[in-house]
Ligand binder design. Sequence first.
Ligand code: G6P
Length: 396
Amino acid sequence: TLVEKHVFKHFMLKEIHEQPGVVRDCLQAYLDAECELESEKISEKSAEKSSEKKTPSPIHLSIPSSWYQDLEQIEILACGTSWHASLVGKYLLEQLAGIPTIVQYASEARYAPTPLRPNTITIGVTQSGETADTLASLAMEQHRRVNARPEYAAKLLGITNRPESSLAQLVPHIIDTRAGIEIGVAATKTFMAQLIAFYLLALDIAWHRQTLPQSRLLEILKDLRQIPAQMEQLLQDQEKHIEELAHDFNETHDFIFLGRGINFPIALEGALKLKEISYIHAEGYPAGEMKHGPIALLDEKVPVVAIAMPGSVYEKVISNAQEAKARDARLIGVMPKEEPEAKETFNDVLGVPCVDEILSPILTVIPLQLLAYHIAARRGLDVDQPRNLAKSVTVE
Ligand code: G6P
């Protein structure tokens, strides 16, 4: 099919703007409609009173429920941006579903695989469905579990937007993220769709294993439904602002991105997006680790982008950001504009709607994509086809 840019200057910008629709489609495909969620709530109340009866999950991923029984571990294999989505996935699987989760670079796992453990689901995450290392590491996992005792049998799952890809031939079950084809080499909407797949998976496991109160689960699902509108609001509020802000970084050679907890992988992704398309050196770091190294790099020439969303690590991130400011760094906050610290601590703010911390990565990544895009576009670079990079890496 012919994919066109329409009003957008680059495919990457078009794909950034497609994200609210991608999230809507994915939720619609796998999640009960809102009214059904509401009726779940009512039946939940009666269930609480009478017995411990379990209502069926409102999430429909077509993963065998036997895979969830006795589940002890999840292992995720991925590369690049998909690896970053997997790190958010680990946070969700551990903190919501209580499943210990290992995230490996596929290119590393091949030569240093995790010792075999029973009752493990292995997930390959890849937007192209063709990345050689990811496919090879999954095949290896399949192979080393072939003659194993039943509890060690391979349970391979793929997460991809390419249901016709080699990945889908290799694994028995996939979650089709439904993001469709992405043209820009720097992944944006496919990353977003992978995040949503991980939310659905973690919440589905949590539902089956009852690791969260149903009321909390339903609350997260309800908030998830509001997210596409909040993404639209963010895009509308921030696009012009970020485009103008990008002017200030014509001479910048280095950027630091800080995040903590569920937003640490988003700091990594923000740095990767900037490197990929603007060729500016950037590092993503867990905010609390800055004092163990990167702080030595800081001066007035190195902007620091801190993801500071209200929640369990908010105060800590603010104090880490203040440490950077004390070294004269220009401080950019990714946070709700209404927070008092937005004005008190930061030089610039990329405003993000206030949202439950657990869902915040879905929103915080968007201003970072826009920042990378506008800095690169302003430098006149080939945003959709950055030098030395390929959309699909079929060499090992
Ligand atoms: C290439 C692309 C990246 C992508 C990575 C992994 O390097 O340029 O955008 O994140 O491959 O690709 P995959 O298709 O496995 O997600």
